[in-house]
Design a protein around this ligand. Structure first.
Ligand SMILES: C[S@@+](CC[C@H](N)C(=O)[O-])C[C@H]1O[C@@H](n2cnc3c(N)ncnc32)[C@H](O)[C@@H]1O
Length: 244
């Protein structure tokens, strides 16, 4: 099972499975953090691994925004949500190159977990740095910290309306310094055979100091927030020095 096949198959159902996730309050908190390091409200923001664009929708209320994601299918949903005016680009977080710089670069809901090696992570975070205005900052929500990892057996999320039933069962465990998450998704729609797809994701469990190392090697001043909603995954805040 290949990488990100998950997002290709899941894209049309992703928002329904994550309807419980409070993108609005997350976006507000991100803006509060950004205001703190910028010393003023941010004017522009790039969301990397933007998925279906739910954070972007919130940010777009007050900022000029853009998004990047590797999955064409996720971007298609984002385009529907955001309309034609928000620039959305298909690209890998390590290598994309936009002709613009931003006050804030975000990478949320653990999209960074898809960086499999330290080198990949360093490359992605250096790329975030390149897309920032001096004085701007990157806000990266990590994957689960090693000390916070708890495997699960058969977690279930469901969605149903008149025309659609979706059930996702995940089991997860640890293999050394990696988490392994097995996803199975069942989709039922009137008049159609049941559709099933599955994926096994293997992602590195990265210590806070290792994450901060990637930021510092890129030139950022960096710290980790490890409380409240960021307790398990950590929110990494990297500021590009104003004189850089
Ligand atoms: C868990 S989803 C998070 C999506 C969105 N940020 C959210 O909060 O709903 C991870 C996203 O990262 C994207 N992604 C995975 N690997 C990527 C890469 N190398 N470069 C850019 N995007 C990537 C996936 O396509 C997917 O949309």
């Amino acid at each position: 099972m290949g990488r990100n096949v998950l997002y290709r198959d899941l894209a049309e159902y992703y928002d329904r499975l994550y309807q419980f996730k409070d993108y609005r309050s997350e976006a507000r908190e991100i803006l509060r953090l950004a205001r703190r390091f910028l010393g003023r409200p941010p004017r522009s923001l790039l969301d990397v691994g933007c998925g279906t664009g739910r954070h972007l929708l919130e940010f777009a209320r007050t900022l000029s925004v853009a998004g990047v994601d590797r999955s064409a299918e996720m971007l298609r949903v984002a385009r529907r949500r955001l309309g034609p005016r928000v620039p959305l680009a298909r690209g890998d977080m390590r290598h994309f190159s936009l002709r613009a710089r931003f006050d804030v670069v975000t990478c949320l809901f653990s999209a960074i977990a898809y960086m499999e090696t330290r080198r990949d992570r360093d490359t992605a975070i250096a790329n975030f740095y390149r897309h920032l205005n001096p004085g701007g900052g990157a806000l990266v929500e990590g994957w689960v910290r090693p000390s916070r990892w708890r495997g699960t057996g058969g977690d279930l999320i469901t969605y149903e309306d008149r025309d659609l039933r979706v059930a996702r069962v995940t089991s997860s465990w640890r293999e050394g310094n990696h988490s392994v998450v097995e996803y199975h998704v069942l989709i039922g729609e009137p008049g159609k055979r049941i559709h099933h797809f599955a994926q096994l994701d293997r992602n590195p469990l990265v210590e806070v100091e290792e994450m901060l190392g990637s930021f510092r090697r890129a030139g950022f001043r960096a710290k980790a927030l490890l409380h409240g909603r960021y307790r398990d995954r950590g929110m990494y805040v990297g500021v590009r020095p104003s004189d850089s």
